[in-house]
Design a protein around this ligand. Structure first.
Ligand code: BGC
Length: 505
């Protein structure tokens, strides 16, 4: 069996190495997971803030004016490139920084990379909370994006490396769980600060300092992962830490596995070029497209712009912010279904079931808005509540499927030699697509009107079909046997493993 090496398997492999779930592992994982909280808080905070009048008046006075103009078209009230840039700039910075972070993780270690994430994040929070003009606000967002880029690369890697193999999958989805907790906290904070005038938005944006401080200070206490130490030639220290985190003396087997994996990794001079081999195409395609699909479910339209969307439907400011708290809670609770279901019912079932659920909800939402929400009217209250219910149905489907599995599947389908580089592609694709949605949604809403929901519905049909026909089931397959047991047996992808035509690198 090939040795395991990266975020998803380094130090884990599929051998049952002797290990206890030690206090060290639990505490270190919780501290690291504050990175997820940081990310989630950011996702959740911008939507609420951009619907607050005080904030709009200060930075986007034209949007404020449009919003309060009775005659303004419902669908176009918030269409403003700069407003979208406020939300999207973070993801642009995150794409660039996750690339840099992948090098820092390797050269400086996971712990140091997490500290850098916290530092960037902290600077971003200060700039945002104290912002006096738009450039200061956007520069702050860019710093937050750098924090997210560094954090999202290092934290999952750290948790997977520190966790004993049999807790690895569950702990991976716990990272997503903390993202949803972060979103929910942000929604609640927005709801509470919206009545504090004129600086409630500063408290909302400043609140992000807390997870950053916890991550920053906490990361002083945590250990570096054994794999990262060994990778950087600190083998003795690596062995000492391994014994400590596993809570047993008998770690020789795992230690040797890490050593072997590190040696193999060092021999691979061009991990990115390796990814261009014909036999890498199935994993690269499926891993990357999972992230594209995750974003084109339209989830972040809800996460970023739910309050704006609800205001568009005629709810008052407070009800709109409260509704975001409701969707945030559903998002968080439904993730539990994934944690407990993914290894029992399987990935494909969850993905296909959720696609049907999300499709119905998008189509009905589109139909209700198309018939009831015109340019300048307010939608009848009953319909507005039905739309809110449908959005909850949509969010719950996402939360137990394309949300966590969008991250889990790319992390488990690559073979050893392309795992890190392949996973990097998936992470960047997530950030790029998030950027596109964040930047384009309000303009698309203005031009496509209720048709936007049919646009996402069409994507959901495509992704549901993909899960049904093209995605192999990976439930219960040891990570290093994925090629043999999933890809080479798949009715379509097996043709890429015809060694006669394997191109050489
Ligand atoms: C996605 C985010 C999304 C969040 C919602 C994550 O998996 O990557 O873009 O906002 O789920 O819970």
């Amino acid at each position: 069996m090939a040795p395991a090496i990266t975020s998803v398997s380094k130090g884990g492999g599929d051998v049952n190495f002797p290990a206890k779930l030690t206090k060290q592992v639990v505490v270190c994982s919780i501290i690291a997971a504050f990175g997820g909280l940081m990310f989630g808080y950011d996702i959740g905070i911008s939507g609420g803030v951009t619907s607050m009048d005080d904030f709009l008046l200060k930075f986007f006075p034209d949007v404020y004016e449009k919003k309060h103009r009775v005659k303004e078209d419902n669908y176009c009230k918030y269409n403003n490139q700069k407003l979208q840039l406020f939300t999207s700039s973070l993801y642009l910075a995150a794409v660039v920084c996750s690339f840099l972070a992948s090098f820092c993780c390797k050269k400086l270690g996971r712990k140091r990379t997490m500290q850098m994430a916290a530092a960037f994040f902290f600077v971003g929070v200060i700039l945002n909370a104290a912002a006096v003009n738009l450039p200061m606000l956007i520069i702050g967002r860019l710093c937050l994006g750098a924090g997210v880029g560094f954090g999202n690369q290092a934290v999952p890697l750290f948790i997977s490396e520190i966790a004993p193999a049999k807790y690895r999958g569950g702990l991976n989805i716990c990272f997503q769980m903390l993202i949803t907790v972060g979103i929910l906290i942000a929604n609640i904070v927005n709801y509470l600060t919206s009545n504090i005038h004129p600086y409630g938005w500063r408290i909302s944006l400043g609140g992000a300092a807390l997870p950053a401080i916890f991550l920053g200070l906490g990361s002083l206490l945590i250990v570096e992962t054994p794999a990262s130490l060994i990778e950087r030639d600190q083998t003795e220290e690596g062995l000492r830490v391994l014994k400590k985190v596993r809570g047993v003396e008998d770690v020789e087997k795992e230690y040797n596995e890490i050593l072997r994996a590190t040696e193999t990794a060092k021999k691979i001079m061009h991990p990115f070029r390796n990814l261009m081999k014909r036999s890498s195409f199935p994993q690269l395609f499926c891993g990357t497209i999972m992230q594209v699909f995750q974003q084109f479910t339209g989830i972040n339209v809800i996460m970023f712009y739910a309050p704006v969307l609800f205001q568009t439907m005629g709810f008052g400011g407070n009800v709109s912010l409260l509704s975001a708290v409701v969707t945030g809670s559903i998002n968080c609770l439904s993730t539990l279904v994934a944690i407990f279901g993914v290894d029992k019912i399987g990935r494909r079932f969850l993905l296909i079931e959720a696609a049907i659920q999300m499709l119905i909800s998008q189509v009905l939402t589109g139909a209700i808005l198309a018939t009831n929400l015109h340019s300048t009217n307010a939608i009848p209250k009953l319909y507005a509540w039905i739309v809110m219910f449908l959005i909850c149905v949509f969010v719950s489907g996402f939360a137990w499927s394309w949300g966590p599995l969008g991250w889990l599947i790319p992390s488990e389908i690559f073979p050893l030699e392309t795992r890190t580089s392949g996973f990097f592609f998936a992470v960047s694709m997530n950030m790029i697509c998030t950027f596109i949605i964040a930047q384009a949604f309000l303009t698309m809403l203005c031009h496509m009107r209720s048709g936007i929901f049919f646009f996402f519905a069409a994507w959901i049909v495509v992704m549901g079909s993909f899960a049904a026909f093209l995605l192999p089931e990976t439930k219960g397959i040891p990570i290093d046997e994925m090629n043999e047991r999933a890809w080479k047996k798949h009715w379509f992808w097996r043709r890429f493993f015809d060694y006669g035509v394997e191109s050489q690198v």
